[in-house]
Design a protein around this ligand. Sequence first.
Ligand SMILES: NC(=O)c1ccc[n+]([C@@H]2O[C@H](COP(=O)([O-])OP(=O)(O)OC[C@H]3O[C@@H](n4cnc5c(N)ncnc54)[C@H](OP(=O)(O)O)[C@@H]3O)[C@@H](O)[C@H]2O)c1
Length: 409
Amino acid sequence: MSSTRDLEIVLLGATGYTGRLCAEHIVKSLPTNLAWGIAGRSLGKLEALATKLQEHDKDRKAPEQLVLQFNEKELTALACKTKVLINCVGPYRKYSTPVVKACAENGTHYVDVTGEAPWVKDMVNKFHETAKSTGAILISANGIESAPADLLTYVMAKSIKDQFDVVTDETTMSLYHIKGKFSGGTLSTILDFFNNLESSSSDPYCISLSKPAQPRSVSIFRRIFGVHYVPDIGVGTTCVCEPCDTSIVHRTSSMMPQLFSPNFRFWESMKTRNIFTGIAVHFTLISVAIVLLFSPVRWLLPRYIYAPGEGAPEESKAGFSIEYRGVATAKQDKPGKKDIRVLGSFRYDGCPYTLTGIFLAEAAMVLARSNRVGQEIKAGYLTPASLEDEYIEKLENAGAHFKTTVLEQ
Ligand SMILES: NC(=O)c1ccc[n+]([C@@H]2O[C@H](COP(=O)([O-])OP(=O)(O)OC[C@H]3O[C@@H](n4cnc5c(N)ncnc54)[C@H](OP(=O)(O)O)[C@@H]3O)[C@@H](O)[C@H]2O)c1
């Protein structure tokens, strides 16, 4: 493999379910002069993918195919060949630490879609300073978990700042609606999580640059029953995305003091019909977690659901969609003024995994071509929202919808 950085974007793990969807978005929507490549461990699978991609755009030059083994030498060579590496190889805890290391040490921008909060914490602790010194921008958790929550929080805080010139104190987010199916890769990642429970952290500020003076406190009722009521959104219950989303959004808020108060708090739940369904969902999730503690169950499950590499076929995706809603609040400086409350929404009509592919490709495009990279967007371990408005605009052009409405001022 040549050591010159002759490609703009390389997609590693291109042969997996998410990787293939990301590759399709690149071919269908990114500029035709993009110099890019697909990478993985199997030449046969890469060739089959390249042939399939040609069906979407016959005039586009085929991506370079890069076969490699996951050792330090070959990953370093891969990182040195491209400006940006998109990584779809998961479970990330199991396979991807050497990929992040290669990018951090060689000044290669990096983006992934892990939802594995303990692994993200580990990567931030290990590679933030290295990335700062080499000029690499590393972004994890840029998938359906945690990009919508992070980006919508940013969009609401930006709107409050632009309209009222104050910083945001709190965001309450709701996974308002989701229709889709887990991929085999996601299932294997969930099962891998249960193999390594000791590494999980309950600190919602575990990757923040600073912590608020007063820690967040959760009511005893919510701790036991999982439910709570959010005005203008409704009843919420336990949400599986909450640990990763919370740590990512708190990192964003700690990196953007111009938009967020030092005491900023983020909360997340999943919308449910009423308090009874909310309690039922909460205890069902606890029961599922208990069942997954048994290793024979973890061994059996992939044999009955999708195996790694598989996911919902195109013909079964009718009606798939995802929506987040959130309320952001901010105090006004003037005495006697009410708190500002802004309602925000993020919606995508289509398969959540297709959206994940879009998140990856569009973030990589900002990292590959934006003049702000290395200037306003500085090196280090960042978050999806660090790519700011330029990224939001690209996502809107690709079919995602962000909206904000002032409820009270
Ligand atoms: N949180 C989110 O929002 C979100 C959304 C989507 C996906 N994800 C995560 O993204 C990851 C990928 O998901 P997926 O559904 O695309 O999985 P997948 O279909 O199983 O694909 C996994 C990819 O990793 C490669 N791979 C697996 N083991 C490897 C190894 N030992 N060495 C080198 N490459 C290896 C596979 O290559 P081969 O083709 O050669 O096997 C394949 O390209 C999972 O961790 C999933 O949880 C997260």
